[in-house]
Design a protein around this ligand. Sequence first.
Ligand SMILES: [Zn+2]
Ligand SMILES: [Zn+2]
Length: 436
Amino acid sequence: MAQRVQGTEDLYGSYMRAWQHMNDVAREVFGTYGFNMIETPAIEQVATFVHGIGESTDVVRKEMFRVFSGALVESLLAKGSESGLKPKQRLALRPEGTAGVVRAAVQNNFVPQGGAPVKLWYAGPMFRGERPQKGRLRQFHQVGVEWLGASDPAADAECIIMLMTFFERLGFNPESLRLVINSMGDAACRPAYREKVRSFILDHKDQMCDDCLERAELNPLRAFDCKNDHCREVMKDAPLAPNNLCEECASHYAQVKRYLDEAGVRYVEDPTLVRGLDYYTRTVFEVEVEGAGVGAIGGGGRYDGLMELEGGKPTPGLGFAVGFERIALALQAQGKELGGDDPSCVYVACTPDVRPSVFGAALALRKAGVRTETDSQGRSLKSQFKQADKLGARLCVVLGTDEVAAGMATLRDMATHEQVQVPLADLAQAVIERLA
Ligand SMILES: [Zn+2]
Ligand SMILES: [Zn+2]
């Protein structure tokens, strides 16, 4: 029997409904803020991610799912090396959504110089090439937004508030949500801060793990995320980003917080929050669910340099992404079901001799927008009722010899077992009235 690839999942039943529900809530909530949906390809040139996410990040160095066309693999194997790869042949399945959306914005000129900002949201699968582990799927699902062209600190606050509203609308207990924010500075002040952290790590290199020593050269701020207890202890005394902001960044951060305060949004400032990707500038944020034990369920921040890294003109931007699988787990931990039950239906049952009449009755109901089921296996009337029960039908339309001859149908309420006769010609109308 064929098996699905390790680290992937089939979405069906209540899990599929949960994913659809998350999309519906996203469309609704993000729509009220003026966001439109975009779908970029799942496959992009490696360069899109290298430029955007950063060469030194774990995502690009270790986790990216690279893909090669069959013919290319054949010819590379024949040559015995990958070195013949042209840049445009280096492809990867997207590890996250932002780089692709920004690439699309640059390529299609969504934000012409001096033009209005563009607000986009997306939903879809993302991929990871490393060996799958528990809770780290090879194909996982994210919903995210990108707001390109906005530099105003009010945009940061609106983005965060939109994210918190989204979580509440998904059913999270608002008290359980922990919003963490920080500012990481910009091109003016971050290089000096980064250098400070680098020398701090090197001054304490005897007490830190090999990974952190490697980070010191590539991406020193990642040392704040090290899981090693010694490193954590040492990093408690490291220089902090909010104390190293230039005047503009400090003022921007203060205004973001003022807007959040005005809106009554609870947040915690964590000066060590750096997020894993290189492209963030100024505001970064993450949301955790207390007691769920799944880590952050979403996060994001500002990335004022990203459009330029992807080959566009300097354009400010910000966004966030949330993880479907983690959110479903975290909601479960709060005793909530994201997917809900199968939608109810109407079942058209019949005695075998009037089977052809079911066809027309079901068509009429479906045309009127009613979710309708019928027997397609030649079952007895009794088994058709059982089937209707199993499908959670609220109403059963029963067609018998005498009824069809008289141009009538019997409507049976599956809960109360109450029955009424209605003219077949008015069937759809009668069913809709009873469902309402
Ligand atoms: Zn470490
Ligand atoms: Zn700055």
